[in-house]
Write a protein that binds this ligand. Structure first.
Ligand SMILES: *[C@@H]1O[C@H](CO)[C@@H](O)[C@H](O)[C@H]1NC(C)=O
Ligand SMILES: *[C@@H]1O[C@H](CO)[C@@H](O)[C@H](O)[C@H]1NC(C)=O
Ligand SMILES: *[C@@H]1O[C@H](CO)[C@@H](O)[C@H](O)[C@H]1NC(C)=O
Ligand SMILES: *[C@@H]1O[C@H](CO)[C@@H](O)[C@H](O)[C@H]1NC(C)=O
Ligand SMILES: *[C@@H]1O[C@H](CO)[C@@H](O)[C@H](O)[C@H]1NC(C)=O
Ligand SMILES: *[C@@H]1O[C@H](CO)[C@@H](O)[C@H](O)[C@H]1NC(C)=O
Ligand SMILES: *[C@@H]1O[C@H](CO)[C@@H](O)[C@H](O)[C@H]1NC(C)=O
Ligand SMILES: *[C@@H]1O[C@H](CO)[C@@H](O)[C@H](O)[C@H]1NC(C)=O
Ligand SMILES: *[C@@H]1O[C@H](CO)[C@@H](O)[C@H](O)[C@H]1NC(C)=O
Length: 495
């Protein structure tokens, strides 16, 4: 087992070691007041968004994206698949009109052939692999196959038993399609495209998956999900899903196709039966997701292997049918005003505009001293805060009160976590404030750092201490139960 795992890491890293992880943004267009392509591109530029994914090959958008340096993933819409999958000439015509006409001025880097075809349009599945191959051979004929990768995004509901990830496998119904598809991706050096929605996994688990686990928030080490077969520790649902995809591919003997996440996000608003679709949760998820991807942490199975990800999505799409949450996945309103300000900074990565708001995390006035002490102990222990400044003789020792010490530890933790709202709670004894608690030579994190770069702060790594067996079983059972519920609902929602 160890040897197999080792070889697999080598295989994937050999193919993709030179790739940098990036975060891109999907651009859905079901808006009653869809901005003009030039306005969309102006927003992308202002926000330093360097990678976008379109759900079509809209000519106006491709022209507006020309000479911007933005890398563009385009899509063969599902309704054109049947034709393309049945005719080499139709595929060649599509490439000529939608790719050759724009490249290289518009830097098209990827073609998604359809979108969640197996789950949303199963009757087209028999021609899917042909569609991939015909699109590829048209690219070869135009000598563009080295610059442009071809793949097809799949819903993660086709992966069954995804926890523990080592036991994941693809729904056997699709083996006849997936085997040739994976071989195609392997032989062309392309990606396995997967849509990953911890929000739906969480919603459909009926409380079994903890919200924090879906939001990339730190869990106590004994709460982490442990894959008993591999002893890999999972600190978030996203990593577990990506690794489940790697294991499901390995189950079909494919070990060198890297995963690219074509959609992931969190809705900022929902109906009354969607209480976790909130601004705070959307902000926390997307901020943490961006940090996680750009940090090149990889997944427990493939540490350090980039999992480039496109956030779903740029704009709120008010015309989307379905529950209120469906209309509220966007980072921006149509007028370009952010729905919320991500907890990120410039750093030239994505989304140039950080909150310039300086905020701090402090102990709450009148909080229970025992609870403060417990939270302080947690922050300086499992929370990985460097509490050296609180030691006798050090800058923040005075005043020697649990209130002052807790404030220092809370604020340090809050900044380590990139000021995500949930990271200033500590069981209710902490609160966010705009008052700088620094005093004398005791300088609090955040007070001198107007840049507040997330990418440059240490995030408490999840401890690799072993979990208690009870929590281990808790999660394993939890995930199996959740999985059953997920598949059915998922399809309905994603349509
Ligand atoms: C940041 O936001 C302001 C308005 O809030 C805008 O004028 C500016 O262009 C944005 N982008 C950058 C990169 O600062
Ligand atoms: C297009 O993007 C690729 C990265 O995939 C980059 O290497 C290349 O220089 C870009 N081309 C142009 C014309 O910007
Ligand atoms: C499809 O067309 C390409 C040229 O666009 C050609 O090279 C390839 O052999 C054709 N494949 C089939 C199966 O006809
Ligand atoms: C596998 O896929 C088929 C076809 O979409 C579906 O009918 C079946 O319910 C799926 N199986 C599971 C366990 O989800
Ligand atoms: C994977 O390889 C094993 C061992 O070589 C073989 O038994 C199995 O049939 C293969 N599975 C597939 C789907 O090719
Ligand atoms: C800045 O902080 C103030 C006070 O906490 C808050 O009311 C305001 O909404 C914040 N602005 C942004 C852009 O986050
Ligand atoms: C903030 O960023 C600017 C420009 O990158 C840099 O000159 C400055 O030193 C940074 N400040 C801090 C406190 O890191
Ligand atoms: C973090 O910032 C410091 C200076 O503020 C810089 O020296 C260091 O290279 C940065 N680290 C990363 C990973 O950007
Ligand atoms: C970033 O990567 C480092 C090591 O590469 C790791 O220790 C840290 O926990 C990571 N941070 C996040 C937010 O994943």
């Amino acid at each position: 087992m160890a040897l197999v795992g080792f070889l697999l890491v080598l295989a994937v890293s050999a193919v993709f070691a030179d790739e940098d992880a990036f975060v891109g943004v999907n651009i859905g267009t079901e808006l009653s007041d869809m901005p003009h392509p030039t306005q969309v591109v102006a927003l992308l530029k202002a926000q330093a968004i360097r990678h976008v994914r379109l759900y079509n090959a809209d000519r106006g958008m491709l022209l507006a994206l020309a000479n911007t340096g933005i890398q563009v993933a385009i899509t063969v819409p599902n309704e054109q698949l049947l034709g393309i999958g049945q005719s080499n000439a139709t595929a060649a015509n599509w490439i000529s009109q939608n790719v050759v006409a724009h490249f290289p001025a518009t830097n098209i880097t990827t073609i998604s052939v359809g979108s969640e075809v197996l789950t949303s349009l199963p009757n087209v599945a028999p021609v899917l692999v042909n569609a991939l191959k015909y699109i590829q051979s048209a690219l070869v004929a135009s000598n563009l196959d080295r610059q442009i990768k071809v793949s097809t995004p799949l819903a993660s509901s086709i992966i069954l038993d995804s926890f523990p990830p080592s036991q994941a496998f693809f729904n056997r119904t699709w083996t006849p399609v997936l085997v040739p598809m994976l071989k195609f991706l392997q032989s062309t050096g392309s990606y396995f495209m997967l849509n990953v929605y911890p929000y739906f996994d969480y919603m459909q688990s009926n409380g079994v998956i903890p919200l924090d686990y879906a939001l990339f928030k730190p869990l106590a080490p004994n709460k982490e999900a442990v894959d008993a077969n591999t002893n890999l520790h999972y600190a978030n649902v996203f990593d577990a899903m990506v690794d489940a995809a790697y294991f499901a591919m390995a189950d079909l003997n494919i070990t060198n196709v890297p995963v690219m996440v074509t959609e992931s996000g969190w809705p900022s608003k929902g109906d009354s039966n969607e209480p976790d679709a909130t601004l705070d949760n959307a902000n926390t998820y997307n901020s943490n997701l961006i940090r996680h991807v750009l940090n090149k942490t990889g997944t427990p199975k493939h540490p350090g292997i980039a999992v480039s990800t496109y956030i779903y999505e740029l704009y709120n799409e008010d015309m989307k049918p379905g529950p209120l949450s469906e209309k509220n996945w966007g980072l921006f309103n149509p007028n370009g005003v952010p729905v919320y300000i991500l907890h990120l900074t410039a750093s030239g990565s994505v989304l140039a505009n950080d909150t310039a708001n300086q905020t701090y995390c402090a102990a709450k006035e009148g909080a229970d001293a025992k609870m403060l002490q417990a939270a302080l102990d947690w922050a300086c222990g499992p929370g990985k805060v460097d509490c050296a400044a609180l030691l006798q003789g050090q800058a923040c020792y005075e005043p020697d009160t649990v209130f002052a010490h807790a404030t220092y530890a809370f604020d340090t933790y809050y900044h380590q976590m990139g000021r995500t709202p949930g990271s200033c709670d500590f069981n209710g004894v902490a609160t966010i404030t705009t008052t700088n608690p620094s005093h004398g030579s005791c300088i609090f994190p955040g007070s001198s750092d107007r840049n507040g770069s997330l990418l440059n702060s240490t995030i408490p790594a999840m401890d690799s201490r072993s979990s208690s067996s009870s929590s281990k079983f808790f999660y394993i059972n939890a995930f199996s139960a959740a999985n059953i519920a997920i598949s059915a609902l998922w399809i309905a929602i994603m349509l």
